[in-house]
Design a binder for this molecule. Structure first.
Ligand code: 13P
Length: 342
C-alpha cells in the first residue's frame, strides 16, 4: 500500500468497507469481559482479538482498517504471528489509539479533556515502526443543563488538532473523533440538542484543524450521529436521525475530507446499521460515509465467544454477519430482510 496520507485515508474508507474499533483500553475491555463472565487476562484479550482478526470473510471483504490498543499492537497470535500481520494479510490497515483517555477538566465540573499529547511525537514514531498507519484520538462532549461549555469544546478541539498535526508529521492518518455522547451520565437531551452541540463541536474542530495546518485530505472524521440521548423519552426515528445527521455534516465538514466513519456510541447493532444505510442511500455526498464501530460490530461476537475456544467459529460467524450488514450499509443497500435472511 502507498505510504501517502491521502492514499491511506482512501483505503480506510474503501467502498463497502469500514473500520473495526477494537481499541478498548485495559479498563474498558475488562468491563466487556465482565459482561460475559470472563477474566480479563493478557492471553484472553489476545485470544479474543485473534478470533476477530482471523475471521477471514469479514476481514477481507468488509473491514478496511482496525483500531488497536497499545498492548494488541505488540501481541502475537498463539502461533507466534504478530496480530498486526493478521490485519495486514487481510488487506486491512492497522491503526492505534494514541490518546490517554478523557480526564476531568479543571474548573469545569462534569466536563472532560482528553490527555496524551506529552511525548506523542516519540510514541507515533514507534507506532509507525510497529506497523500502524493511522491513529485515533477521542474527545468526549457531554450534554446536560450546564454543558458543554465553549471552553471545553475549544480545549478538546485544540488537542485534536495538535494530535492530528503530529500524526501527519509521522506519516500516520489521524482519525479525529469528537464524540457528543448519547449515553453520558444524564443523556436526557433530545435530537435537536444533539444537533446544536454536534454542529458547534464540528465547527470548533475544523477551525482548529485549519489553524494547525492539518491536511484535510489526509484525515478521517469519526463523529457521532445526530441522535437523542438514550434516556430521552422522545426518540427520533431512523429517517430523522439520518436526515439531521447529514444536514449537520454537510454544514460543517469540508468536502476535502475523504471520509467520515461513525462511532456507534451505544446504539443497538441494527440501529447503527440502519442509520448508516439510510444516509448512504440518500446519495450525492461529498465524502465517503462508513462505520468505525466498536460495540455495534463486536457485541454479538463477544457474547457468542464467551471466552471458549469451542465457540470461536460461532463468534466469527456473528462478527462476519455484522461486518457484512455494515458493509451493505456503507453502500446504502442494507435492508431488514437481509438482516433476517441471515
Ligand atoms: P463504539 O462504536 O462502541 O462507540 O466505539 C467506537 C470508538 O472507537 C469509540 O472511541
Amino acid at each position: 500500500m502507498s505510504e501517502y496520507l491521502d492514499d491511506i485515508a482512501a483505503a480506510m474508507v474503501a467502498e463497502g468497507q469500514g473500520i473495526l474499533a477494537a481499541d478498548e483500553s485495559t479498563g474498558t475491555i475488562k468491563k466487556r469481559f465482565d459482561s460475559i463472565n470472563v477474566e480479563s487476562t493478557e492471553d484472553k484479550r489476545r485470544d479474543y482479538r485473534e478470533m476477530l482478526f482471523r475471521a477471514d470473510d469479514a476481514m477481507n471483504n468488509y473491514i478496511s482498517g482496525v483500531i488497536l490498543y497499545d498492548e494488541t499492537l505488540r501481541q502475537a497470535a498463539r502461533d507466534g504471528t504478530p496480530l498486526v500481520d493478521l490485519i495486514k494479510n487481510a488487506n486491512a490497515v492497522p491503526g492505534i489509539k494514541v490518546d490517554m483517555g478523557a480526564k476531568d477538566l479543571a474548573g469545569f465540573p462534569g466536563e472532560k479533556i482528553t490527555e496524551g499529547l506529552d511525548g506523542l511525537r516519540e510514541r507515533l514514531a514507534e507506532y509507525h515502526d510497529l506497523g500502524a498507519r493511522f491513529a485515533k484520538w477521542r474527545a468526549v462532549i457531554d450534554i446536560n443543563e450546564d454543558a458543554p461549555s465553549a471552553y471545553a469544546m475549544k480545549a478538546n478541539a485544540q488537542a485534536l488538532a495538535r494530535y492530528a498535526s503530529l500524526c501527519q508529521e509521522a506519516g500516520i492518518v489521524p482519525i479525529v473523533e469528537p464524540e457528543v455522547l448519547m449515553d453520558g451520565p444524564d443523556a436526557t437531551h433530545d435530537i435537536e440538542d444533539c444537533y446544536e452541540v454536534t454542529e458547534a463541536a464540528l465547527n470548533t474542530v475544523f477551525s482548529e484543524l485549519y489553524d494547525a495546518g492539518v491536511l484535510l485530505e489526509g484525515m478521517i472524521l469519526k463523529p457521532n450521529m445526530v441522535i437523542a440521548g438514550k434516556n430521552c423519552p422522545d426518540q427520533a426515528d431512523a429517517e430523522q436521525v439520518a436526515e439531521l445527521t447529514i444536514r449537520c455534516l454537510r454544514s460543517t465538514v469540508p468536502a476535502a475530507v475523504p471520509g467520515i466513519a461513525f462511532l456507534s456510541g451505544g446504539q443497538s447493532d441494527e440501529q447503527a446499521t440502519q442509520n448508516l444505510s439510510l444516509m448512504n442511500a440518500m446519495g450525492n455526498l461529498p465524502w465517503a460515509l462508513t462505520f468505525s464501530y466498536g460495540r455495534a460490530l463486536q457485541a454479538a461476537a463477544l457474547k457468542a465467544w464467551g471466552g471458549q475456544d469451542a465457540n470461536v467459529a460461532a463468534a466469527q460467524a456473528a462478527f462476519t454477519h455484522r461486518a457484512r450488514m455494515n458493509g451493505l450499509a456503507a453502500l446504502g443497500k442494507w435492508s431488514s430482510e437481509q438482516e433476517k435472511a441471515a
